[in-house]
Structures are given as C-alpha cells and as structure tokens.
Ligand binder design. Structure first.
Ligand SMILES: Nc1nc2c(c(=O)[nH]1)N[C@H]1C(S)=C(S)[C@@H](COP(=O)(O)OP(=O)(O)OC[C@H]3O[C@@H](n4cnc5c(=O)[nH]c(N)nc54)[C@H](O)[C@@H]3O)O[C@H]1N2
Ligand SMILES: Nc1nc2c(c(=O)[nH]1)N[C@H]1C(S)=C(S)[C@@H](COP(=O)(O)OP(=O)(O)OC[C@H]3O[C@@H](n4cnc5c(=O)[nH]c(N)nc54)[C@H](O)[C@@H]3O)O[C@H]1N2
Ligand code: SF4
Ligand SMILES: [Mo]
Length: 744
C-alpha cells in the first residue's frame, strides 16, 4: 500500500496560495471599456447588499454599488467593495484534481469523468461496506436557495444518507430552534425598515458595526429620532461606544441578565397584559422561573451592576416601540437556544410583536443564512422548513419528488456530530460543498485528526480551502457570479443573483456537478433539471404549505419588486414583510409560547489553571474561515493576522505591551498571537477573531460542547491561560495523521 503523504498546511500555502489579489492603482477596470454591467448582490453576509459587477471579455473587472436596491441604497462595507477580486484570482481552481503526493502541488489534474466516477465509486464502495449512513454530506449557505434545496434532495435521494448537515449549524440554528419553538416560524419578525421607527433598541451579542455594517445606518436613523440604545457584550464594540446603557457581562452569562430584566418587568408591572392574555401561552411558568432572578443575583453571575440592569429593564419596559436584535454573541453557547428564548420572552411580555417598530429579531449571518435554513439543508428538515420526522411532511415532499416516503432517510447527525463520528471511525466517507470545517469547527486539532481518518473525501469549492487540502478529489465549482438563482436576505426577502460570467477553465456550476453525480449514482431521474429556474420552480411546490412558503414567489416577481418577503402562498399574495400582524403566530392555535429558561453555566468556565475567558468572533475586513477574504490584498492589509484583544490591566498583570506575542492555552490547544491592548474589553476576557487557519486558528482552543437542542458549538466561551511568549506553537504534523488512511 502506498501511504498517502499530503503536503503540510504551510507547504500547501507556499505552493497553492493563498496568494493575494491586488488591484492596480485605479482598479482593474481603469480606462477599460466595459462589455456589460450586471445587477446582483454581494456574496458575503446576510444583508445581501445590491451591487453591480462590471464585465469585460467574460471576466469581472470591477464593481459599482446599486443605489436602486432599497436595503443598502448604494452603501457597502469594505468586503463588498473588494469581493469582485476573487474571479480573476490566481488560486481559482480550474481543473478537477486528485490527490497525488508525488506531484509538486500534492494534487494532479484529472478529467471530470475520472473525478466524478471515482467519487461515485467511493460513495458506493463505502455504503456497501459500512451502510448507507457511513457516507456523509456537509453543505453551506453561501449558496443560493436552488443549490441548498438541491443538496438536501441529493443527499437524501442521490446518496441516500441521513447524515447531511450544513454550516448554518455553526451559525443560525440556536435562533432558528428558539423561534420555531416559541413563535412557530424561523424568520426575522420585521423588515429592517421598522428599525428607524423604534424608541428603544436592545442589541444582545451582536457587533453590528463590523458584522452587519449596513444595519448600523438603520440604527443611526432611529437614534436621530431619539431612540435609546442598550448593548450587551463583553466588549465595547464600535456601536456600543454610543450606547445609553452598556451591559458588559462575563461571556456566557446573558441568561442571568435577561432573566433579571424579565423579573424587573414583572416586579414593576411593565407588561402588556392584553397581549399576554390574548396571544400567548405559558406566561405563568416563565414568570415563576424568574421569581428568584433578582438583579443582585444577576450582578453576581454576570458582573453587570444592578443599576445598569435596572436601567435597561426600565428603557425596555417603558418605551413605546422597541426592538431587540441578537446575533452569535448570545447564540454560540450550549444554552444558545435558551438565551434566544429569554429574548423572545422579553418581547412577548411587552407585546412587541406584529407592530411597526417592534419585534425580536436575529441578525442572520451568512449570505443565504435565511433561505439556506429553510429548504431541507438541515438534517432534521425537509423543504418549506418541514420536519423530516413528521409522516405527513415526508409524504408531501415525497409526492413532489416522485419517490416513496420510505426512500427519504430520517434525521441524521448534526455537523459537529458528523465530525465526531468521522473521528470515531463510524463515518468513513464525506462529500462537502461550501464549508471549511478545519477552520470553522471548534477544536481544530480534533477536526484535523478526523479528516485524516476518512477513507474518502471529495470536495466542491472554487479555492483549495484548508479543508479541501485534505481531500482525495477536488471538484472546481462555481463562484457566486458564475451562476444564477435566488437568496433570501436577513429580512426574509427573496432576491435574485445574476450570472455575470461563465465558470472559467474547466470549472463547472455547482448544481451541474451535483446533477452529474446523481446521474452517475443512477438517480438521474430525480435530477433532470436543465436550468436553475427549474430547480426554483420545484422548490416553490415543495415549500407550499410549509411555514417557509415560497409558492407564490417567481423569479419575475423577485426582479420586478426588488425582492419578495416570504411567506407568500400564491402569486396574488403581496408577500409578508412584517410577521405576526394582528398578534397571530404560526402555531396551530395562533398563540406564541413563553418557554421557561432556568439559569445554567457554560460547559467550561475559568478555574485556577485556566483563569480567563476566551471569546471569539469577527473583524470587519475578513469573512468567516477567510478562504475567500484572505486572498484579497486590501482586506488582508486591514487586519493581516489574528490579534489577542486584552484589557490594559490584564496586559500589565502578565507583563506584556501592545504588540508583544502572547501564548493562549486551553485544554484543547494553544496559539501565539500579538496582544492588542484595548480598554474596550473586560479584564477577565480575551477576544481572538477566528478567520485564520493552522497555527493562527482561534479554534485550536475552543471546545466541542454543543447546545442540546440546536447542536451549535460553544464558540463564545472557553477557559484559557494567557502568558507572554516569544516562541511558536507547533501544529501536530498532519502527515502522521494522514498515514492512517488506507484506501489505496
Ligand atoms: N466582517 C464580517 N461580517 C460578518 C461575518 C464575518 O465573518 N465578517 N460573518 C457573518 C456571519 S456568518 C455571522 S454569523 C455574523 C456574526 O455577527 P456577530 O454575531 O455580530 O459577530 P461575532 O463577532 O461572532 O460576535 C458578536 C459579539 O458577541 C460578543 N460576545 C462574545 N461572547 C459573548 C457573550 O457571552 N454574550 C454576549 N452578549 N456577547 C458576547 C463578541 O464580543 C462580539 O462583539 O456576521 C456576519 N457578518
Ligand atoms: N471560533 C469560532 N468559530 C466559528 C465562529 C465563531 O464566531 N468563532 N463562527 C461560526 C459561524 S457563525 C459560521 S457561519 C461558520 C462558517 O464556517 P464555514 O462555512 O466553514 O466558512 P466559509 O469561509 O464560509 O467556508 C465556505 C467555503 O466554501 C467556499 N464557498 C463559498 N461559496 C461557495 C459556493 O457558492 N460554492 C462552492 N462550491 N463553494 C463555496 C469557500 O471558498 C470556503 O472554502 O464558522 C463558525 N466558526
Ligand atoms: S459583506 Fe455584507 S455588509 Fe458588506 S457589502 Fe457584503 S452584504 Fe453588504
Ligand atoms: Mo455565521
């Protein structure tokens, strides 16, 4: 047997990028005549700003903002401005590749026939030997609704595995589970045009200015009208610097503060009794659960002074309109679902649903984080946000797909559980598209070990991501601008992505690759599409009657009306920008549920050996695992490497100055990063952005503990030690790990 010795990650970077794409002065399009300008949307965050791509000779050479798209009205953030540099990037994958340790790149180019046949042969071999669920599929929601829907159907009917999940498991699932449990539907309650109407805004665990930059301008419009701002974060983020009340809590203690706020609302009778009586169930149980949650108790747990908790409760309780916006700061926890339920309880107690300027909303993160979590991408879900364990739902979707309900596998494992099962040797094969788990899952050393155990791994991407570097087969898929389709923005607005250029070289559109794989698996009859619009037409039917109902949405309407908000059950329906009007929720009885959320600790809290909190997140110029933004020169220049944010008191205690290297160690792993000494963080907490791989990965230290309901990992709380360091951390050598792989 020839051992498979891949290149190490640093060797791969030397030979295979990331290289930086830099613009010449004035931009690539300076002085060029442009063939066409294509209206589309940014490929990055869930705000989906409208942009125009400038095309010359089938290459994207520049961009312009779109002033006609009502959400951003021409405003963009630094990533949107430079996103167009990906297509012409020297790292763009142009040929299918197969692992070849003897070649300089670690891979050799192969034909599409060979790459697809080997993938299907491995799917068959592994499933025959170990059972259908031993081959897993991981997918991602930077992709259009059409591709997300297709991946759900492909995993179930093409591969025939229950083990399909997606990167929203690392992102949106705590908010989604809580909203479905309490309100019966998983979507923001309001269009963003409601934000300027608020009297009070409560932002819980969201770095709005850096991660939802355009939302900042909506908040400024409310502030111009005199709206008050409450921010809850262990860091004084840029928007928090302007807050009326800043709740600077210990990571992982939101539930205590939120419970104390409900306690005060009840104590002071700042409640909407009519709303509670007519539109909700379960208030008494929720009230009983917070009976002991006094502000003094919450101060002890969270470190937030009683006076601030009282002030926040008063602002929330006494203002006319009010909106609560939350994001991963409260959701990336083993109690992420409970944290969101506690926010919803505050909204229900004050009757803040279904009215202009009032609501509790998650700020969806990923580009198609909303649409991609509706149409059967999640292991527990079928299109229209149906439930894969519900016999009626299975029957309906089977009737649309033309299969027997028994042909649709059941609920499988969630993303982190899939990686655990790979590590345990229970899952032997993997196909992934649009996800970079080696950088984005917690406990990166564990993920690396797991990847080394796979008997077969095929990946579809347009760059060789750090995870793709561990693949046996790499299939060059399509960039955002190389295909068309729809995405659903963080507001629940379905918008159109337009193709600007065809895929370059021998790269193919993602959906065509998937359909070709299905044909080779002899399941082609289910995947007989000739265009993405045909996939959308099927999605409309499959979603009909589900809570995420797209039946009345057509591509024509989406283009004509600058987007359509779901639910939209028929073509005459105007769409639904604001949910719950008239106090009607999506449960069968029309009522929302208060769900009690008793206090509990995070999975790991600081102790003598690991005395500090590590929390992780983002910076404005980088996106997610960085596979895309670490290749764009001007974005890298803005924030070239991860820095460890710490308070001057902590810096003094461990004897470091700004810029000195510190070693951050948890029970899982360690990294070295320069200290960034700032007064805007709690002295017991350090913050490291997670956009980098290898020895620069914040996920070397994070923990695989997940929320029992949503399955989201606890990215926001780890216990660490921080020391001054001059040195360098050695990664486990992945060559040793890869020697275990025995399929050739
Ligand atoms: N620039 C940029 N923008 C992005 C992205 C990106 O990668 N880069 N990604 C997009 C995606 S997919 C997502 S999910 C969103 C994420 O958007 P956000 O959730 O806003 O971003 P994060 O940085 O993950 O975390 C938000 C804040 O949570 C705080 N926090 C940490 N621990 C706690 C805690 O225990 N409680 C509270 N209340 N706060 C805590 C952090 O200090 C941080 O300021 O951004 C989207 N937009
Ligand atoms: N420590 C820590 N870890 C975190 C977080 C955190 O706050 N802290 N945040 C978590 C969150 S909220 C998220 S959303 C995840 C994100 O984690 P990932 O989803 O793993 O990150 P991405 O960078 O989006 O990876 C997407 C990959 O797919 C490719 N890709 C993008 N679009 C397409 C497409 O249309 N087609 C194909 N074929 N490929 C495509 C990109 O090149 C990239 O390689 O990370 C999570 N990890
Ligand atoms: S990353 Fe988000 S805020 Fe920035 S331009 Fe793209 S969609 Fe807009
Ligand atoms: Mo995310």
């Amino acid at each position: 047997m020839m051992a498979k010795i891949p290149l190490t990650e640093s060797e791969l970077i030397d030979r295979f990028g990331p290289h930086l794409n830099r613009e010449p002065p004035g931009g690539w399009d300076a002085g060029l005549e442009i063939d066409r300008v294509v209206d589309t949307h940014c490929c990055f965050c869930g705000q989906q700003c409208g942009i125009k791509l400038k095309v010359r000779e089938d290459r994207v050479v520049g961009f312009e903002p779109r002033y006609d798209f009502p959400f951003n009205e021409g405003k963009l953030c630094p990533k949107g401005v430079k996103r167009y540099l990906q297509g012409s990037h020297p790292d763009r994958l142009l040929e299918p590749m197969e692992r070849d340790p003897s070649s300089e790149k670690g891979f050799r180019d192969v034909s599409w026939d060979h790459a697809l046949d080997r993938t299907t042969a491995e799917i068959r071999r592994i499933q025959e030997k170990y059972g259908p669920d031993s081959f897993a599929v991981l997918s991602g929601v930077s992709m259009t609704n059409e591709k997300c829907y297709l991946m759900g159907k492909f995993a179930r009917l093409g591969v025939g595995t229950a083990n399909l999940d997606y990167n929203g498991r690392l992102c949106m699932v705590s908010a989604g589970s809580a909203a479905k449990m309490a309100l019966g539907v998983d979507r923001a309650a309001n269009p963003w045009s409601d934000i300027p109407l608020v009297d009070v805004i409560f932002v819980a665990g969201a770095n709005i200015a850096e991660c939802a930059p355009i939302t900042t301008s909506y908040i400024w419009r409310a502030r111009d009208r005199g709206a008050k701002l409450i921010m809850m974060d262990p860091r004084v983020t840029p928007a928090a610097r302007t807050a009326d009340v800043f709740l600077g809590l210990r990571p992982g203690t939101d539930l205590a503060v939120l419970s104390a706020i409900l306690h005060i609302l009840i104590r002071e009778d700042w409640l909407d009794h009519n709303f509670i009586a007519n539109h909700t169930n379960g208030f008494e149980e929720a009230a009983a659960t917070v009976a002991e949650a006094t502000p003094q108790w919450a101060e002890e747990i969270s470190g937030v002074p009683v006076s601030r908790i009282e002030k926040a409760a008063e602002l929330w309780g006494k203002s006319g309109t009010g909106m609560l916006l939350h994001a991963r700061g409260i959701e990336h926890h083993t109690k992420g679902v409970d944290n969101v339920l506690a926010c919803i309880n505050l909204g229900l107690a004050t009757g803040r649903y279904g009215k202009p300027g009032s609501g509790v909303n998650t700020i969806t993160g990923q580009g198609n984080g909303q649409g991609g979590r509706e149409h059967g991408h999640k292991t527990e879900q079928l299109p229209g946000n149906r439930d894969i364990t519900n016999p009626e739902h299975r029957e309906y979707v089977a009737s649309v797909w033309g299969c027997d309900p028994d042909d649709i596998p059941g609920k499988g494992l969630t993303a982190q559980e899939i990686m655990n099962a790979i590590h345990a040797g229970e899952i032997k094969g993997l196909l992934s598209i649009c996800i970079n788990p080696l950088v984005s899952l917690p406990d990166a050393n564990f993920t690396r070990e797991a990847l080394g155990k796979l008997e077969h791994y095929s990946v579809i991407d347009f760059f060789l991501s750090e995870t793709a570097a561990h693949a046996d087969i790499v299939l060059p898929g399509s960039l955002h601008e190389e295909d068309e389709g729809t995405v659903t923005t963080l507001e629940g607005r379905v918008v159109k992505i337009n193709e600007a250029v065809p895929p370059p070289g021998n790269a193919r559109r993602d959906w065509e690759i998937i359909c070709d794989l299905a044909r080779r698996l002899e399941r082609g009859h289910y995947f007989d599409y000739t265009s993405t619009e045909e996939i959308f037409e099927e999605l409309r039917v499959a979603s009909k009657g589900g809570s995420a109902d797209y039946a009345g949405i057509t591509w024509d309407r989406v283009v004509r009306d600058q987007g359509v908000f779901w639910p939209c059950p028929d073509e005459e329906h105007p769409g639904t920008p604001r949910l719950f009007e008239g106090g009607r929720f999506f449960h069968e009885d029309g009522r929302a549920r208060f769900i009690p959320t008793p206090w509990r600790e995070s999975a790991e809290v600081p102790d003598e050996d690991y005395p500090l909190y590590l929390t992780t997140g983002r910076v404005i110029s980088q996106y997610l695992s960085g596979a895309q933004t670490r290749r764009i020169g001007s974005l890298v220049d803005q924030y070239p490497e991860p820095l460890c944010e710490m308070h001057p008191n902590l810096a003094a205690k461990i004897g470091v100055a700004d810029g000195d290297n510190v070693r951050v160690t948890s029970r899982r792993g360690a990294m070295v990063a320069p200290a960034k000494v700032v007064e805007t963080i709690r002295p017991d907490t350090v913050f490291i952005p997670y956009h980098w791989p290898g020895e620069k990965s914040a996920n070397l230290m994070t923990k695989r503990a997940i929320d029992p309901i949503s399955g989201i990992p606890e990215f926001k709380v780890s216990a660490v030690r921080v020391e001054k360091d001059e040195g360098h951390v050695d990664l486990k050598d992945d060559r040793d790990l890869m020697l275990h792989r025995g399929d050739d």
